[in-house]
Design a protein around this ligand. Structure first.
Ligand code: ACO
Length: 311
């Protein structure tokens, strides 16, 4: 009978039908979705930290309001994705436990420090730019709740990317020092942004199966190339130099060839040894522990109310 169900499931995937939470699905499909969606949710939540770092120091009220809104959007994306993930039969507590114990991953990119205001520009421009490239195809992913979440998330990511680019543009049109600050931020964020899109297709263990299930619609290398091709003209417009001496337009492919990515650095960061991994994890674990009394108080209050109604 399972074989029959599996055939029906595969046929639905082939017809590009959405799979919904109560539909039959292979256990591995469920597990791989929990893995990717929860990693995505964790990335949104941990991703609030590097930018949250600059809210109190934003250079104007307008910049502060925009940055605050962006960081709040990320909280919203995280909570939305946790809810979508829960439809696969895992609880929020389990998901948090996986993050806090180090069992679950979150994006490598958020383990880098944000040292100057220009980093707010570079993160919005590059990190959110890469996130959009990665997430637009996911609007067509086969699992209904994930696909629907991505539609909304992408709209907001697009605002994030523009606010980042606009910070860069303002800095690049400013004083020599401001332009140098923008260049420095690009130098530090360029390579980690390329790594963010995941290992090469040859090294990517999940791509083949995830493409078959239409969880992934484009491979890591395809997304990376698309990101580079989209971003290089934007750097030109800013008058900034991409820190890659091997970057060159290839007339035959119509794309940019680029230099070697430092994959050792990527795996070091993924394994927990990046510049801010410890800081990020302890911020999340402390937030959870410090919020315990609030959760306890809310539970006690709910219980008290329920008892009142019975009496
Ligand atoms: N940071 C940390 N870990 C990574 C990263 C990264 N940038 N890229 C890949 N990995 C991990 C994978 O999770 C996997 O480990 P696991 O088996 O323990 O889960 C391993 O490296 C091998 O990679 P792949 O086989 O290529 O993994 P996958 O098919 O899941 O592709 C990708 C990775 C492209 C990130 C995919 O999971 C994805 O599209 N996720 C949804 C989007 C997302 O999470 N974005 C996060 C940043 S965007 C934002 O938050 C604003």
């Amino acid at each position: 009978e399972v074989k029959n169900l599996e055939e029906i499931f595969e046929a639905r995937i082939a017809r590009d039908e959405k799979i919904e939470p109560k539909d039959w699905m292979p256990e591995k499909y469920r597990q791989t979705h929990i893995r990717q969606m929860s990693q995505h949710a964790h990335s949104e939540i941990v991703g609030m930290l590097p930018e949250g770092n600059w809210i109190t120091r934003a250079p104007s009220l307008r910049r502060k309001a925009a940055l605050l809104a962006k960081v709040q959007d990320e909280a919203g994306h995280g909570l939305y994705l946790y809810s979508a993930c829960e439809t696969l039969g895992i609880s929020r507590d389990e998901l948090y436990e996986q993050l806090h114990s180090g069992k679950a991953k979150y994006s490598s990119i958020f383990n880098y420090p944000t040292v100057t205001w220009a980093d707010m520009g570079a993160v919005g421009w590059l990190v959110d730019g890469a996130a959009i490239i990665n997430q637009v195809p996911l609007c067509n992913t086969s699992f209904g709740p994930y696909a629907r979440a991505m539609v909304r998330v992408c709209k907001e990511e697009s605002f994030h990317q523009r606010q980042g680019f606009e910070i860069m543009l303002t800095l690049c049109r400013g004083s020599e020092e401001q332009k140098a600050m923008a260049q420095d931020a690009l130098n530090r964020w360029w390579w980690p942004s390329l790594m963010m899109l995941g290992p090469t297709d040859a090294e990517s263990i999940h791509t083949e199966q995830s493409m078959k299930w239409k969880l992934k619609r484009k491979s890591n290398d395809e997304l990376r190339q698309q990101f580079i091709d989209q971003t290089v003209p934007q750097a030109d417009l800013l008058g900034l130099t991409i820190p890659d001496p091997d970057l060159k337009f290839n007339k035959e492919t119509g794309s940019y060839d680029f230099g070697e990515i430092n994959w050792d650095e990527f795996w070091q960061v993924v394994k927990g040894h990046g510049p801010c991994n410890k800081e990020r994890m302890s911020a999340r674990v402390n937030a959870w522990n410090n919020g315990e009394w609030v959760r306890d108080a809310a539970m006690a209050h709910a219980e008290k109310n329920a008892n009142k109604k019975i009496a």
